[in-house]
Ligand binder design. Structure first.
Ligand code: DLL
Length: 431
């Protein structure tokens, strides 16, 4: 099923012509903002000389720090009265970054979301429960407008208030949900606590995103809920959700190349990497009037899947995000991604729905401590079984990450539940 077959299956040459046209406009718009005006001058960039897509790599990169520097409106390219909405990142790692949209930007973003949802088989007959936070966060309103554009019945339930969520699902026969993977794990537990099997709620599809998660977590959630889960990627700087989305094939996310130019770079040298190699995703927004952003360093690590997708869409796919360059933990000199730890935990059937990674330093040595909840049936009094499981988890983790972790097995509900983006890592070494 296609929302706009012509654009979704466009040939490479036609796509590149379109991209170049849009890039030229985005660069001219950018040059009119105080921030890029200065950056282009400092780097001797003449936007009229950018006549091929290949010239993109010669343009300066933009970072989160640049967005903060230009706070609140140093990157805005239209008069104030043309702006109809703003969103902002949570600002947990510093001052928040603010993104602006014109009415056209909002309408085209909604169209892109509708396109993404249709690619997974959603139709106007679906009831869509949006369990992502509404407000400054883009996850709520972003999907909301897209689902309405498609014609679904939208339940704007936002995140949290789990019992109410369950009641809404039951009363209105929700068929599609939008939720963070960590909240989906927690909600499955709350549903079961009500004496209901999650598959009996009849939800058919879940859009999972806004935080990194492993393939094993997807598998676990699909089984727990009896649904198909699709990966959805985005970031507020690039509108929010809808940057890249899985189609019905569920094997990598199509990055919508008529809206975004993407590159993979080596995060250390900033050199471009060839298709197929893992590196940092850099995105240029070529479809936003209010706030063009050129070569934005996402900090997200992924790779391009070079093979064409059997669905027929020509927009290239990226692999599941492995983690963020700034999420990487260095434990006793070894690089560890939280997603690696998660991938081991979530394929073990005894492991429940929540875990936490704690790092400490003792006598100058780093210590990795993995706290993991098990299903309640595991606490029937058989200590031997628990010890065997501890040993097994510890061995499997050591084999993958080469660090010796201390494992703590916990009863369900011991760790703080997540209703949005989970905080998985507590690094006490920084204090
Ligand atoms: O999280 C936008 C969004 C909302 C995406 C709903 C998908 C669904 P930010 O709050 O700006 O925006 O956070 C963006 O979250 O750079 C990634 O590190 C991470 N992220 C988002 N989606 C995924 C995903 C929204 N599917 C940051 N897999 C990004 C892994 C993801 N990480």
């Amino acid at each position: 099923m296609f929302w706009n077959k012509d654009i979704e299956t466009i040939g490479r040459k036609a796509l590149e012509d379109l991209q170049l046209k849009k890039l030229s406009k985005a660069l001219k718009d950018a040059a009119s903002t105080p921030f890029y005006n200065k950056v282009f001058k400092d780097n001797k960039v003449n936007v009229d000389r950018i006549t091929s897509l290949d010239h993109l790599k010669d343009l300066p990169l933009t970072s989160k720090a640049d967005l903060r520097l230009s706070y609140p409106d140093g990157m805005v390219a239209v008069p104030r009265r043309e702006i109809v909405r703003m969103h902002a990142s949570s600002g947990t790692t510093g001052k928040s970054t603010v993104i602006f949209y014109t009415a056209k930007d909002i309408a085209e973003w909604a169209d892109l979301i509708a396109r993404s949802m249709v690619a997974t088989g959603t139709t106007p007959d679906d009831v869509f429960q949006n369990m992502m936070g509404y407000g400054l966060f883009t996850g709520g309103l972003g999907l909301h407008y897209g689902a309405e554009r498609l014609g679904c019945m939208v339940i704007p339930s936002s995140s949290g208030n789990s019992l109410k969520q369950i009641q809404l699902m039951q009363d209105f026969k929700t068929s599609v949900i939008h939720i963070t993977p960590s909240y989906a794990l927690h909600l499955a537990e709350v549903v079961a606590g009500q004496g209901v099997r999650p598959p009996d709620l009849g939800v058919k599809k879940a859009y999972l995103g806004a935080e990194p998660y492993s393939e094993e977590t997807r598998n676990k959630l699909e089984e727990q809920w009896g649904l198909d889960a699709y990966n959805s990627y985005g970031l507020s700087e690039m509108n929010g959700p809808g940057v890249a989305f899985e189609c019905e094939k569920k094997s990598g996310m199509h990055l919508w190349e008529d809206f975004y130019l993407f590159e993979i770079i080596d995060p250390d040298t900033c050199e471009r990497l060839p298709d197929g190699e893992e590196g940092e995703l850099v995105i240029t927004h070529i479809n936003r009037e209010a706030m063009p952003i050129i070569r934005y360093r996402t900090r997200d690590l992924t790779r391009v899947i070079p093979e064409p997708c059997p669905c027929g869409r020509t927009h290239r796919r990226i692999e599941r995000i492995k983690g963020r360059t700034d999420d990487m933990l260095i434990v006793g000199g070894v690089n560890v991604f939280p997603s690696q730890i998660e991938s081991v935990l979530m394929k073990v059937p005894e492991v429940g729905n929540n875990y936490q990674i704690v790092l400490d330093r003792h006598e100058n040595l780093d210590r990795l401590h993995v706290r993991v909840e098990l299903y309640s049936k595991m606490f029937s009094g058989d200590m031997k079984e628990l010890n065997r499981l501890k040993e097994r988890l510890s061995e499997e983790l050591r084999a993958l990450i080469t660090v010796n972790p201390r494992i703590e097995l916990l009863e369900p509900g011991s760790l703080p539940p997540s209703t949005g983006k989970a905080v998985r890592v507590i690094d006490n070494r920084k204090i």
